[in-house]
Write a protein that binds this ligand. Sequence first.
Ligand code: AMP
Length: 355
Amino acid sequence: MGVALASAARVAPLVRHAPTIATYCSHSSLQIFHGAKQEGFRTLGICGGRPPRYYEAFPLARPDAFLAIPRLALLPRYAARLNREHAVLVPHGSFVEYLGPEKFAALPVPVFGNRKVLAWESDREKEREWLESAGVRMPKRYESIDDIDGPAIVKYYGAKGGKGFILAKDRRTLEGFRPTGPYVIQQYVLGTRYYIHFFYSPLSRDGYRVGNGSLELLGMDRRDEANIDELYKLGSQEELLAAGIRPTFVVTGNVPVVLRESLLPQVFDIGARIVERSIELFGGMVGPFCVEGIVTEELKFYVFEISTRIVAGTNVFPSGSSYADLVAPHLSMGRRMALEIARARHEGRLREVLS
Ligand code: AMP
């Protein structure tokens, strides 16, 4: 038996009754329900207000039932109902963000993956501590403007969609900078962005072994970000700033990408280090996570962020990707999670994948 994340009492009902896969109707929910249905699970869509109408257009991804509540913030009041339905909650970015990481972590309902990871992901300081101590290359952090020795990016804490991020070609650009709140200054890494979709299975004994389990690479995407992606068409940074136009990084969609094959050893090494350190720090990260980084012209991979749950970029692969196709046919991240829950239940190891 590997690391037990959930108490025996929490998983006991799911040993007797087949779990219902439940998530909040947004983000990657279509894919999560689609994958769960493929593996024969009952599915439950949680929504604030009426179920979104677009579900009617996707019969293969429409959940079997909805739990429509006035507002998502009220979800803790519905914990008993979710447990009666034998729900296993699948976290995704919007679910955790809209409910709040602390409230999500405190829900007395089984969650897929290790809920302790949320505290490490949602705090940029703790995230850096985790990644740096794992030996992962990250953009330099400048303690003060005087330390800047190249292009830099100023990030205000909690700046949604990078609104209010400031890009600077060099130290001089930031002379006279008057902060309007808490912020960090980072090296602005010049290169191309990749968002790598990993899955860590503590149950698997095959494939690329990490910890007591194995690490799978199921896909990669790049995020479309407004307005930065198209900003260059309008003029130089100086001209734009003079006109009061600032860059933002609001994610509006995703596109599939592949990486040079010669970079795969580097990204597997990064994924493995992050998982191994997570086991030491908080009992391990289970299931999907995304390494978000930039490859420079020297072919060095810098990680600027990780997401420790399914990311919306996996939505471009509902039935396989350039990488998942080499693992198993028709494998989406949603289906991969369902397969892990089914296997854990079959092998009597639900405590290792639920928390
Ligand atoms: P974040 O809020 O940290 O996810 O950053 C939002 C976006 O800003 C990313 O998707 C990148 O496009 C860009 N970005 C963040 N950090 C850096 C960095 N250190 N160097 C270059 N681009 C960055």
